[in-house]
Ligand binder design. Structure first.
Ligand SMILES: [Zn+2]
Length: 467
């Protein structure tokens, strides 16, 4: 009986053809191709409200077709004619479920008068590429396409399909979000075992590379309304039962409260790596956090708000309203409390904890709007090892730091759909000069091409089933 063994053997054999040598720069032709696609993408106005992503999807489709990708492997479509997405599939031998490479093609608005240069012209100057989307997220979009074309030209045979999705409306969210639309309408096109996305980049300081960040999970957001209602009355005859006082007391108790300090496998790994990098006096405590030391967590949380936010769910009052006249007892007093919740804490847990802390029946606590909770992606050793290996070959000695961010990438939709998603780019940015969404957004020229090579290596390893 003939069995599909030969196919698997073929997959195994091609493993040895993999190059492991460090190549910082892509071959000149691939460098040029990535540059040209990048320029084309940046120069298409795809602002969330004023532009369209369809021309980006069409430009990518034309590049792929010119490189020999068949029409049947290319999909262009979306929630609305201006908001098209592109999906392309590069076939592997089916030994494992596909890997999805995601990038969004819409950008934050940019006005010519706010910028030193034209935001929709790719300008190379003093070692940087300037233009809207050069960092967020058209570099990754261009590199995904250029690298896919390179794999095809080189005859690379992956164990699994490699799918690239360039999607609409990450920045504004809402009804036209491309990955959300694809999950709901064309799940078969993008279904994958895991996905790579934006959300983690390289950090440098003073021209020195500090870390290559791998974003594994995100905190999620809940807004709560604290509301007190009271019959009110004339302010000349006050009574102790006052809506504003009830609310003020509740917020005072909230201000003194901290959710329990803890780590998960992502943040424990983060602190373990930080302990190696940090030159400061907390070095030993950072290491102890990874061993679950309560005392160390307290010291580190007290030292920096960002570390505090990494170690616990946080809730903070952000808006206030109350009273209806200067000479009347308030009938309503309310506050918005904005919580950034660890992936492992449930909305019910947060709500009941707040109720307990506030300890006042008069204060009604309700959730405002929708809660976008998503699970954390597991810290897959194959992903972590592949990222470490590609990082070491490209930038020897630079550590890979797993991070949890405070939310808001398309990774959330994928994680909720059960596709673990990892934010990784290998583009390095100065940690004190992040210009995403701001004026004169830019990307180091060298960093762009190094990132191209890094992602080429990384995807190749992962497409070989992590081997
Ligand atoms: Zn982005």
């Amino acid at each position: 009986m003939l069995r599909p063994l030969p196919l698997l053997v073929l997959c195994a054999i091609t493993l040895f053809a993999q190059t492991l040598s460090a190549q910082t720069m892509p071959p000149p032709a691939d460098k040029q191709l990535a540059h040209d696609i990048y320029k084309e993408f940046v120069e298409i106005q795809s602002g969330f409200t004023t532009g369209a992503t369809t021309p980006v999807a069409e430009a990518a489709a034309a590049r792929l077709k010119a490189a020999g990708f068949p029409d049947s492997d290319i999909f262009v479509g979306g929630a609305n004619p201006k908001k098209a997405n592109l999906v392309v599939r590069y076939h592997g031998c089916g030994a494992a479920k596909p890997i999805l490479l995601l990038a969004h093609t819409d950008v934050v608005e940019a006005k010519r008068e706010d910028w030193s240069t034209d935001p929709f012209q790719l300008l190379e100057k003093d070692g940087y590429f300037y233009g809207r989307g050069t960092g967020d997220d058209k570099a990754q979009a261009a590199v995904w396409i250029a690298n896919l074309i390179r794999y095809k030209r080189e005859g690379f045979k992956p164990d699994r399909d490699i799918i690239v999705a360039l999607t609409a409306d990450e920045e504004g969210g809402g009804p036209f979000n491309g990955i959300d639309w694809l999950i709901k309408n064309h799940r078969d096109l993008i279904d994958a075992e895991l996905a790579l996305n934006e959300g983690g980049w390289g950090e440098s300081a003073g021209g020195k590379r500090i870390s290559n960040d791998l974003q594994v999970s995100e905190k999620y957001v809940i807004n709560f309304r604290f509301e007190v209602r009271n019959k009110g009355g004339h302010s000349s005859i006050p009574v102790p039962d006052n809506a504003i006082y009830h609310l003020a007391g509740a917020l005072e108790r909230l201000s003194k409260f901290g959710f329990p300090l803890k780590t998960n496998d992502v943040t424990a790994a983060y602190f373990r790596e930080m302990a190696k990098i940090d030159p400061g006096p907390l070095k030993a405590d950072l290491a102890k956090i990874a061993e679950d030391s309560e005392e160390a967590m307290q010291k580190v949380a007290a030292a920096a708000p960002a570390w505090n936010a990494t170690l616990r769910t946080t809730c903070v009052a952000t808006q206030l309203e109350g009273g209806h006249a200067k000479n009347a007892l308030p009938q309503v007093a309310a506050a918005n409390v904005n919580c950034r919740v660890l992936p492992e804490d449930s909305p019910e847990y947060v709500q009941s904890t707040l109720q307990k802390i506030v300890d006042d029946d008069q204060v009604k606590i309700t959730i405002v709007g929708e809660v976008s909770q998503g699970p954390a992606s597991a810290m897959r050793p194959d992903v972590l090892n592949a990222v470490k290996r590609a990082t070491e070959s490209q930038w020897p000695g630079v550590p890979v730091v797993p991070i949890m961010v405070m939310g808001a990438t398309d990774g959330l939709y994928l994680r909720r759909a059960g596709i673990p998603t990892y934010g990784i780019q290998g583009f390095f940015f100065d940690r004190d000069d992040i210009r995403f969404h701001g004026r004169d957004e830019r990307m180091g020229v060298e960093s762009f091409y190094e990132g191209q090579t890094f992602l080429y290596d990384l995807v190749k390893t992962l497409a070989k089933n992590g081997k």
